[in-house]
Structures are given as C-alpha cells and as structure tokens.
Design a protein around this ligand. Structure first.
Ligand SMILES: NC(=O)c1ccc[n+]([C@@H]2O[C@H](COP(=O)([O-])OP(=O)(O)OC[C@H]3O[C@@H](n4cnc5c(N)ncnc54)[C@H](O)[C@@H]3O)[C@@H](O)[C@H]2O)c1
Length: 349
C-alpha cells in the first residue's frame, strides 16, 4: 500500500501557506504544519479553520505544531519524526521588516533556512534525496546598471541585490544549490514576483498592491500608497504561485536544468495601472500617493522576468495572465472573505 504523501509546511500561518495548504489537501496530500505561532494567532491559521469547517475536516488542528524554527534541535526532531516527502519552507522575515533591522534579518532568515536544510540533510542517504521547496523572490536581483527603464531579468542575470532581504535570498539560493550538489537535499526554488491573495500581507514591499485591493472592498477611505504612481514590479495571483511550487515539487529531478527558476504571470503593472484596474470595477476608487523608503526597494527590482527555463523544464504556465483578470479574481475573493467573516460587504471605497 502506498503511503499518503506527507508535506511539511514551515511557516504555515503566513500569506503563501494560506493558499498552499488547501491546494495540497485537494491534491490528496497529508499536510503537517509548523509555525512559531498557534493557528488562531495567524492569518493562515484562521483561514485554514474556515476552510476545514466548510470541508468537514475536524482533525486539522492535529496537523499544526507550534515550533520556533530558530530551535535547531526542535526542527531536526520534527523532521526526523515525520520524514516528510516534501518540505515547503516558508518561514521568513519579509523585505520591509528586513530593512528595519539588517542583522536580525540575516540571523533569522539564514538560521531558519539552514536549520531546515541541515535537518533534511540528516535524512539523506543513497538514493534518498529529501525534497525542499523554497520561495525565492524578485528581490534576489538588484538595480539595472544602466539608464534603461525596462529591466528584463534573465534566469541567470547577475544577482546583486541592494536590500538585506535580497541578500538573504541570494545566499539561500546559493546554499540550497550547494546542498543539492554535495549533501543529497533535493532543493528546488522559484523566484516569485509580488503575490496577491485575500490574506493580510506580512510586511513585504509589494504590500502596497494588496493594500489597494483590501481598501477597495473595505468600505473606508483607501490608505495612502507607499510608492509613487510610476512604481512598477511584476505581480502574480497567489493560486498560480502556490501551484508553481507544487508543480515544481512534482517534476522529475532529471528534467531540471537548474535549482532556481524565475516565474512570472504578465507584464508588470505600475501602481497607477493597478489603481485604474480596480477603478474599472469599483467606480470612484482613487488612491493618494505618499512614497516612503519602500519605493527605493521596489525601484531596485526588475520590472520583467524571463521565465522560459521554467516553461521548458517543468511546463510552468500562469492561469491568471492579465491585470484585469487578477483584479476581478481578487475582488471576488475579498468580498467572499468579508461575507464569510460576516463583515458588511461594501462595493465601493
Ligand atoms: N508574500 C509575497 O508577496 C512573497 C513574494 C515573494 C516571495 N515570498 C517568500 O515566500 C515565503 C513566505 O512568505 P509569506 O508572505 O507567506 O510570509 P508571511 O510573513 O505572511 O508568513 C511567514 C510565516 O512564518 C512564520 N514564522 C516567522 N518566523 C518564524 C520562526 N522563527 N519559526 C517558525 N515560524 C516562523 C510567521 O509566524 C508566519 O506565519 C518567504 O520566504 C517570502 O520571502 C513571498
């Protein structure tokens, strides 16, 4: 009898896990969830509770372990106990928080990453190559060293970030690739653009877009946008991003020509184009722009990604591939969430 695939999700309470966990369950996998916080104190945990109630999954609480990933023996014990078939490592500090305290960002992001990597290494032997899926980011790239306004980052474009978050992304990509070569861990990664779903974002510099969508259905005056109208980076619907993580995990290792892949959905919109896309569906929606230091982080990232290696090696294809389609889906998701939470749905800002 074949055993159900066990998927460990580390950082189960966050924005990405919010969509990843239901997709894994729907594909018949057994999720084991770890976060430093209990489910009721996280956005992902609260969403999971609603999802589990709707699908009659009363056992879901037993999937959740409260564990600080900085606790190296704790991480090793958990991984040795459950022997995951695939580990999705999502626990991290995000870009805006990382710039506030560079030392803390390095200690936390690199310690979390190496604790998981080392624990998986201890399971590796012979043909047994424990699988680790980890999201890198557009932030692994730095500013374009020319006056061109269009910056299309090829998969192997030099990664010279000017943010601390980006520094930890490049270091982790490199370390994961090294462990795949030398220590039997089947490390795989995608560089993600800004991600949008109905979860409160966790302190990233792309949060200005999430904020616009939340405010468009929130029935209150939109908060000021912390980048200017021209700021431009690629975005992706979260469901597409988590499907990419799952599909990359399911690909045959022999087909992968590299360990880290760019993925994108459609041409990067400016902040103003996002505002206009929302206004086409929420008449009267209007944003005030008050850029702060996060504008510099966003400006240092590419506005386009070459994702042909992902298409070639494991068939990456986004489903939501235009700005207006993304806007429609997100507004629907957010209105459904407000009605699930019995909040008063409001059509306009
Ligand atoms: N959200 C995006 O737009 C985006 C874009 C590109 C890449 N990523 C990457 O995806 C990953 C997940 O991002 P997210 O948006 O879900 O983040 P998030 O901040 O929403 O969630 C992170 C989760 O990790 C948990 N966590 C933090 N420190 C921990 C620790 N010491 N031990 C255990 N758990 C801990 C938090 O409680 C939280 O539930 C990160 O690596 C991030 O860099 C995210």
């Amino acid at each position: 009898m074949t055993r159900t695939t066990r998927a460990l999700i580390f950082g189960a309470g966050g924005q990405v896990a919010r969509d990843l966990i239901p997709m894994l369950v729907e594909r018949g996998m057994q999720p084991i969830l770890a976060d430093r916080l209990p489910p009721e104190e996280t956005e992902g945990g609260r969403a999971l509770s609603l999802y589990a109630e709707a699908r009659n999954l009363p056992d879901w609480r037993s999937w959740w372990r409260v564990l600080d990933g900085m606790d190296e023996p704790g991480v090793r014990d958990l991984i040795e106990e459950i022997e995951p078939d695939v580990t999705y490592h999502l626990a991290a500090l995000l870009s805006a928080r990382c710039e506030e305290n560079a030392g803390l960002c390095w200690r936390v992001n690199m310690t979390l990453f190496t604790n998981v990597l080392e624990a998986l290494r201890s399971l590796a032997s012979g043909d047994r190559r424990p699988k680790m899926i980890w999201p890198s980011s557009i932030a692994a790239f730095g500013p374009l060293p020319s006056s061109s306004h269009h910056y299309d980052a090829q998969n192997e474009y030099p990664r010279l970030p000017t943010t601390m978050y980006g520094v930890t992304k490049v270091a982790s990509e490199t370390l994961g690739t090294y462990y795949a070569e030398k220590h039997g861990v089947d490390f795989r990664s995608v560089r993600l653009p800004g991600l949008l779903n109905d979860a409160e974002p966790g302190g990233g510099s792309s949060d200005y877009a999430n904020q616009m969508y939340f405010d468009a259905v929130g029935g209150h005056e939109p908060r000021p946008c912390f980048v200017g109208p021209e700021a431009r980076i690629p975005f992706m619907y979260m469901q597409d991003a988590v499907r990419a993580l799952i599909e990359l995990a399911a690909s045959e290792e022999s087909k992968l020509t590299r360990r880290v892949y760019n993925i994108k959905a459609f041409s990067a919109p400016s902040a103003e184009e996002i505002e206009h896309s929302i206004a086409r569906q929420v008449p009267g929606f209007e944003v005030r722009y008050e850029p702060d230091q996060r504008q510099d982080y966003v400006d240092s990232w590419p506005d386009d990604f070459d994702d042909r290696p992902a298409l070639h090696d494991w068939g990456w294809q986004p489903e939501v591939n235009s700005m207006d389609q993304l806007t429609r889906r997100l507004l629907e998701d957010l209105r459904a969430k407000r009605s699930d939470l019995s909040l008063d749905p409001s059509p306009a800002a």
